[in-house]
Design a binder for this molecule. Structure first.
Ligand code: NAD
Ligand code: ZN
Ligand code: ZN
Length: 374
C-alpha cells in the first residue's frame, strides 16, 4: 500500500513529504494507522545532524512519538487484534534480554537499531521508487500508516484519546521519569528543572507529583515559565543563577537536591551550572541532548564531584519501562492527576511539519503534534 510520510534525505536537511510504498505486516508486526504524532526535539537533532545517524540510515521516515489504531495483524501474531488502539514506543522491548528481564526495557538490546531505523535482520518496510527507506525508531510516526514490530507497541487503555496518549510515548514518559526515577525526587525535595519544553514540563509534573516542596522551572522563554505553574512549579526564573539562589534560599545555602536538565540543545556549561546548583550528594540528571560538536565538553571539576560526592545521572526515556509506564501514566491522566491536553499547543499536518519545528526552535510550543485525518 501507499502512505504519505515526512522523510529526511540528508543531515542536515528538512522534512520532505513523499508517498512511500509500505509493506504489509509480517509475523510479530502490526499495520498501524496513525492518529497523532508528537514533535520532539530529538527529531530536530536528527534534522540538524546533532544526532548523527549511522551510515546508510537515510532516507528515513521521521517521528518517534505517536499513537494510532491497528488495521492489520501479521500472521501468527497472538495477542493483537484489528481495532486495537496503540501507543508506539521509540524504544523496542524484546522482553528477553538482560535489560528487559531486569525491568529496564528502556535499555533493551534491540534499542541499538533505533537510530538506523531497520528491523532486527537489517530489513526495512518502506521504499521510495524501489529504494529502501528507514523508519525512525522503527515506528516512523510522521507517516499516515506504518508497519511496526509488536515490540514497539503498547495497548492504549479504553476511553483515553489517542492524541493525548501519543505524548506519553516519548515526552511525558521521559520528563516524568527523569524526575520520579532518575532524580529519585522524594517528598520535601528542592528540585530545579532546566528547560521546560515538551520534556522538562513533565519533569516539573513528575517532581511535583513525587512530593517536591520547591520546583524551580528555568527557561528563557516567558510563556514556558508562565505555563510551568500550571504543571506544579512553585518558582519560574530565566537563568540558572536565579534558580541556584532560590534553591539555596530554601536549603540553608546548600543547594537543590536535584537538577534535571531538559534543555533543547544542552551544553556542557549547562551541565556544569547544574552541578554547581545542587547540594552535597545531590543529583544532576542529563536528559537533554547536545550539539554533535559539544558532545565531549563538560567543564566540571573532578575534585568538586569527588569531594562533594555529587552524582551525574544520564536518563533514557526517564529510566522507565514503556509497557509498564505508558499505561500507568494514562491511568494518572484518566484520574485527573497528570496533565496531557494542556501540553498540546499547536496542531500541524505533514505538509506544515517544518513550520512546527520552526515553532519549536523559536519557543512557541510546549508540544506540537501532527493530527492525522480519521
Ligand atoms: N533522554 C531521553 O530519553 C530524551 C527523550 C526525548 C528528548 N530528549 C532530549 O530532551 C531535550 C528537550 O526536548 P524537548 O522536546 O523538550 O525540547 P523543547 O524544545 O520542547 O524544550 C527545550 C526547552 O529548553 C529551553 N531552553 C533553551 N535554552 C535554555 C537555557 N539556556 N536554559 C534553560 N532552558 C533553556 C527552551 O526554551 C525550551 O523550552 C532535547 O535535547 C531532546 O533531544 C531526550
Ligand atoms: Zn522524543
Ligand atoms: Zn530486551
Amino acid at each position: 500500500m501507499l502512505t504519505k510520510a515526512a522523510v529526511l534525505f540528508e543531515q542536515p536537511g528538512r522534512w520532505e513529504v513523499a508517498e512511500l510504498e509500505l509493506e504489509p505486516p509480517r509475523q510479530d508486526e502490526l499495520l498501524v494507522k496513525m492518529t497523532a504524532a508528537g514533535l520532539c526535539h530529538s527529531d530536530d537533532h536528527i534534522v540538524t545532524g546533532d544526532l548523527p545517524l549511522p551510515p546508510g540510515a537515510l532516507p528515513m521516515a521521521g517521528g518517534h512519538e505517536g499513537a494510532g489504531v491497528v488495521h492489520e495483524v501479521g500472521p501468527n501474531t497472538p495477542g493483537w487484534a484489528v481495532g486495537d488502539r496503540v501507543v508506539l514506543t521509540f524504544l523496542p522491548m524484546c522482553g528477553l534480554c538482560r535489560w528487559c528481564a531486569s525491568g529496564m526495557q528502556n535499555l533493551c538490546d534491540n534499542g541499538a537499531r533505533v537510530l538506523s531505523g531497520v528491523r532486527e535482520d537489517g530489513s526495512r518496510r518502506m521504499t521510495l521508487e524501489g529504494k529502501p527507506v528507514g523508519q525512525a525508531a522503527g515506528v516512523a510516526t510522521f507517516s499516515e500508516w506504518s508497519t511496526v514490530s509488536v515490540q514497539s507497541a503498547v495497548k492504549c487503555p479504553d476511553g483515553i484519546p489517542l492524541d493525548a496518549a501519543c505524548l506519553t510515548s516519548c515526552g511525558v514518559g521521559t520528563g516524568w521519569g527523569s524526575a520520579v526515577r532518575s532524580a529519585d525526587v522524594t517528598p520535601g525535595d528542592v528540585v530545579i528543572v532546566m528547560g521546560t519544553g515538551g520534556i522538562g514540563m513533565n519533569a516539573v509534573q513528575g517532581a511535583a507529583h513525587a512530593g517536591a516542596s520547591v520546583v524551580i522551572a528555568v527557561d528563557p522563554v516567558e510563556m514556558k515559565r508562565t505555563a510551568s505553574f500550571g504543571f506544579g512549579a512553585t518558582h519560574a526564573v530565566a537563568t540558572m543563577d536565579e534558580a541556584t539562589e532560590v534553591a539555596r534560599s530554601f536549603t540553608n545555602g546548600q543547594g537543590a537536591d536535584s537538577c534535571i536538565i531538559c534543555v533543547g540543545v544542552t551544553t556542557g556549561e549547562q551541565v556544569a551550572e547544574g552541578v554547581e546548583a545542587i547540594r552535597k550528594a545531590g543529583t544532576v540528571v542529563l536528559t537533554g541532548l547536545p550539539k554533535a560538536a559539544d558532545d565531549l565538553a563538560i567543564p566540571i571539576s573532578i575534585r568538586h564531584l569527588v569531594l562533594f560526592q555529587k552524582r551525574l545521572q544520564g536518563s533514557l526515556f526517564g529510566a522507565s519501562s514503556p509497557s509498564k509506564e505508558i499505561p500507568a501514566l494514562l491511568e494518572l491522566y484518566r484520574h485527573g492527576r497528570l496533565k496531557l491536553d494542556e501540553l498540546i499547543t499547536r496542531r500541524y499536518t505533514l505538509e506544515t511539519l517544518n513550520d512546527g519545528f520552526e515553532d519549536m526552535r523559536s519557543g512557541r510550543n510546549l508540544r506540537g503534534i501532527v493530527s492525522y485525518q480519521e
